[in-house]
Design a protein around this ligand. Structure first.
Ligand code: SAH
Length: 216
């Protein structure tokens, strides 16, 4: 698995598209310019890797659209060495973007084959990320509390276990809603018992489901 000049050129054009669409966080844009998204997809799809579209993975899941990755990552407001929990590893691309920005990343996936594949991809690219096969509704309290939690699947409501695993001042970024479309929601923990919610536009994600799947 290698990067290439062609892929680098395509990434520069993708970053320009994301700027046009309103992404302004330079650290996020730098990470997207650096992480070789095509290596998180089937190698036959270089043509698709750097257009601003979601793309199918195995198990009926999808690698999020680059714009969506950019919005969610910007909303987390990551600082270097922040502890970030991701729910929904999928291809591992979002986890790589977070790691590229200097975060300490913990990521959970409920599909065993995706969990294994993403782990392999990130290790081969030299990213140090902690992977878990499990149900992200429970979070990972033994590794918390977290500076930020990002959920990359659509939840019907904010899971309370995730709120409880935020540090004071920590941010949870999660698409909330039904199957047709969801509202990108940020919950900031303002004290032990208080959370402030803001909305950030409509998106479409695969659903956040309970339990695990140990099959292809
Ligand atoms: N962040 C991914 C996009 C993943 S798509 C990427 O960069 O490629 C959403 C993922 O969330 C799917 O892989 C799906 O299996 C996973 N998922 C859904 N519900 C989950 C849950 N309860 N716990 C962990 N992962 C979950």
């Amino acid at each position: 698995m290698t990067d290439s000049f062609e892929a680098k050129g395509r990434r520069k054009r993708l970053v320009a598209v994301l700027r046009q669409k309103g992404i302004t966080d330079e650290e996020v844009l730098r990470a997207i310019d650096t992480v070789p998204r095509h290596l998180f997809m089937d190698p036959a799809f270089l043509n698709h890797a750097y257009i601003d579209k979601a793309f199918p993975l195995s198990s009926g899941q999808t690698i999020s659209q680059p714009y969506t990755v950019a919005v969610q990552t910007s909303l987390l407001r990551i600082k270097k060495r922040d502890k970030i929990l991701e729910v929904g590893t999928g291809s591992g691309y979002q986890a790589a973007v977070l790691a590229e920005m200097g975060a300490k990343v913990y990521t959970i996936e409920r599909y065993r084959d995706l969990f294994l594949k993403a782990q392999k991809t990130l290790i081969s690219l030299g990213y140090e990320v902690d992977f878990f096969y499990g149900d992200g509704y429970e979070g990972k309290s033994q590794y918390g509390p977290f500076d930020g939690i990002i959920v990359t699947a659509a939840a019907p409501e904010v899971p309370s276990a995730l709120l409880q695993q935020l540090k004071n001042g920590g941010r949870l970024v999660i698409p909330i809603g039904g199957s047709i479309s969801q509202v990108m929601t940020v919950a900031v923990r303002t004290s032990d018992n208080t959370f402030e919610y803001t909305d950030h536009g409509n998106f479409i994600f695969v659903p956040m489901l309970k339990g695990t799947v140990n099959a292809k």
